[in-house]
Design a protein around this ligand. Sequence first.
Ligand code: NAD
Length: 284
Amino acid sequence: MDLQRIGVLGAGIMGNGIAQAFAGAGLDVLMVDIDEAALTRGLAAIRKSLDRLVVKDKLSATDRDALLGRIRTATDTAALADRQLVVEAVSEDETLKGRIFQQLDDICPPEAILASNTSSISITRLAALTGRPEQVIGMHFMNPVPVMKLVEVIRGLQTSDETYRTVRAMAEGLGKAGIEVRDRPAFVLNRVLVPMINEAVCALDEGLASAEDIDTVMKLGANHPIGPLALADLIGLDTCLQIMKVLQRGFGDPKYRPSPLLQQMVDAGRLGRKSGRGFYDYQG
Ligand code: NAD
């Protein structure tokens, strides 16, 4: 299927990056968020990211303007009625995503593919809430989307071969490597990455070392480009906590118990970069 009209639901950290990636490939993008302010912030983030490319001579000002011209916004999900592919990127909450998939199934044309950028939630379960489970798939982009080259393409139990082939080709058309992954809690990347972050939070909670020193150990000792706590701030501590809970529920294994400190940080609203404070302070 030749996909030209793309919908992105959610204009947050991931949604605006995903919208930028599709518009960058010449596609017509409609970005929807219930929060008008999130749309304004999302568009500003895209413009900032493109401006950086213009300054570095990697993009002309004309191409930047053309790309921005391919992204429209709306606050009403019903505006997605003519989309051929919708990528859902709302907050990591299964009840919310479930409601949205039912809504998208009612609104979108019968041939449309419904994808989720979920970090951890079962694609099979989201698909089962729709009347088109064979056209539901995971399209898990990495943060920051314009920079990161990977998309995990997650096949639910009922995802058809055709949907898989179309979405994988689309990921590759965006200049990303599309990797096929089975539908298990948190897939591959977050199954490995987030327990490592959780362990770093446990180490901090036990007073093993300071946040800066834990990050330095992993950068110098394991050659990681960014320490786990700084990475948690980038991902969002709420998202990390949700992923640990999905792993804990999904496998029923106590090794996935979220760190009490991670829970406490989220309870306090210290969500990382997006709230101005997490393990580090980003205010000012
Ligand atoms: P975010 O909190 O930055 O953005 C979520 C957006 O969804 C917000 O703007 C919110 O207003 C919007 N929203 C909430 N309910 C909505 C509704 N009913 N209709 C329309 N919009 C709604 O979150 P994020 O970090 O962009 O994460 C989005 C998804 O991407 C999550 O599933 C997350 O697990 C996944 N993900 C996140 C990362 C990361 O590093 N942050 C990486 C890969 C995948």
